[in-house]
Design a protein around this ligand. Sequence first.
Ligand SMILES: *[C@@H]1O[C@H](CO)[C@@H](O)[C@H](O)[C@H]1NC(C)=O
Ligand SMILES: *[C@@H]1O[C@H](CO)[C@@H](O)[C@H](O)[C@H]1NC(C)=O
Ligand SMILES: *[C@@H]1O[C@H](CO)[C@@H](O)[C@H](O)[C@H]1NC(C)=O
Ligand SMILES: *[C@@H]1O[C@H](CO)[C@@H](O)[C@H](O)[C@H]1NC(C)=O
Ligand SMILES: *[C@@H]1O[C@H](CO)[C@@H](O)[C@H](O)[C@H]1NC(C)=O
Ligand SMILES: *[C@@H]1O[C@H](CO)[C@@H](O)[C@H](O)[C@H]1NC(C)=O
Length: 432
Amino acid sequence: MLYIILLMQLHLSAVMSKWSVSYSPVRICAFEGSSVDFSCSFEYPDTHTLRTLKWFKPETYQKQDGSQNGIAVYHSSAEEINKLYQKRTVYTNQDKNCSLKLHNVSKTDIGRYFFRLTTNRYYGKFTGSGGINLNVAVLPFRVKVDKTKANGHIHEGDSVTLTCGTENCTPKQGPFTWFKNNLLLPHATESELKFSFVSHEDFGNYSCGLKNSNRTLTNETLLDVRYSPKNVEITVSPSGEIQEGDSLTLTCNSNANPAVTNYTWFKISRTNVSYVGCSREYVIRVVNQTDDGQYFCIAKNDIGYQNSTVLTVTVVKVEEPGHPHFLLAATCALLFGIAVTLVIFCLVKRRIQLATKRLTKQVLNNNENSTDQRPTVTLTEEVYENLRIMSKSEFEENITNLTYADLMLPPTTTDRPRRNSQEDHLVIYSLV
Ligand SMILES: *[C@@H]1O[C@H](CO)[C@@H](O)[C@H](O)[C@H]1NC(C)=O
Ligand SMILES: *[C@@H]1O[C@H](CO)[C@@H](O)[C@H](O)[C@H]1NC(C)=O
Ligand SMILES: *[C@@H]1O[C@H](CO)[C@@H](O)[C@H](O)[C@H]1NC(C)=O
Ligand SMILES: *[C@@H]1O[C@H](CO)[C@@H](O)[C@H](O)[C@H]1NC(C)=O
Ligand SMILES: *[C@@H]1O[C@H](CO)[C@@H](O)[C@H](O)[C@H]1NC(C)=O
Ligand SMILES: *[C@@H]1O[C@H](CO)[C@@H](O)[C@H](O)[C@H]1NC(C)=O
């Protein structure tokens, strides 16, 4: 009795162990239009003869456990194959190899696939449990931002994963390409781009795609890493030497996300640090000596703050009108001017005196016989008028000529040369 039970158990276990179907992989994510391989192998009792082999997919409204047959994706009797799958499947048809290739997958192929075999025996029916779950990635791709801290924003130091995929799934087939701000990231070839400790330098727009397909390139997705102000620096306008009376603008520049909300300006003079302003620019409309000193700014946003380096402003003095030195210089210049004028005046005066004396002598000599003095008067007036524009030689020549011309004048009445000459000299002096 015991022997019989043992024998039956052995027989049963042998029978049971003979029936099996194994699938690999059990989950597949494929691109729309691509081909998928359902890798599969099976076992059945040696004493049986295979009758039918089929792959089926339960309808969406059916149980997905393989208990309901649904539609035939592949069948050893070709006429049993569903229209949707005809000419799209390639069955391996080797002994105990149930691998199936499915071409041109689409969204309608999404579902679970099972392999079932039957034999010539009454109880020779077996369906591999579990099946293969097929998902279809419907383009376009998009970059999904996933991070460990689920709440709120991404901050520096967080762990962030960008996934290149679709709503449904991410095919493992690659290689992938990643772009940051439209520049290729040469080392990123996986569907996932991981940042263990994200930095402010990772801030930017990301897109991805399949290396061999432009079609899959995505829109840009911003990796919005938030960080406290960086590179806080002061720029000075105008640059160069700062003189008293100039206007001066100091600007606090920084890189921050989100943008800086508060700027604070400080001035250090000796050991005194004083608050001087609270906008991005610190403007001094008219610089004076008291603005001399060191300045720095602090930029602050929601995350934190940073100080700028210290900027030294040196105000250069300017010699302004009203300054003693200027007055002295002006006085000197004035005195020098007066001196020069006096010298010129004296020289001119002396020359005129000489010229007039000589002229009068000549006139007197030439008119010894004459009694008329009017021509002489006219003559001196001429001399005076020409004085300014004539050189010394011209002047003398002219006088001679004029004197000469006078010789032609017809002699007239009385003799009063000296008095007229003296009067004329007086006129000249007063005018000079
Ligand atoms: C089954 O067939 C497929 C496709 O022909 C092949 O790639 C695979 O190696 C086969 N499996 C076994 C176990 O022979
Ligand atoms: C692939 O399937 C789509 C429908 O899902 C069809 O329009 C297309 O023509 C098929 N492509 C090929 C190469 O058979
Ligand atoms: C990211 O893209 C948006 C929209 O296209 C653009 O406004 C922004 O300037 C981009 N950012 C960077 C860092 O390139
Ligand atoms: C890309 O952006 C454009 C404009 O915002 C939008 O119309 C389009 O649907 C987007 N494409 C994808 C793949 O997200
Ligand atoms: C920053 O500026 C806002 C408004 O401009 C103000 O309410 C806030 O008190 C300021 N914070 C600091 C720390 O100065
Ligand atoms: C520091 O400077 C500010 C403004 O320039 C002034 O009001 C304050 O009295 C000074 N403090 C000391 C300790 O000198």
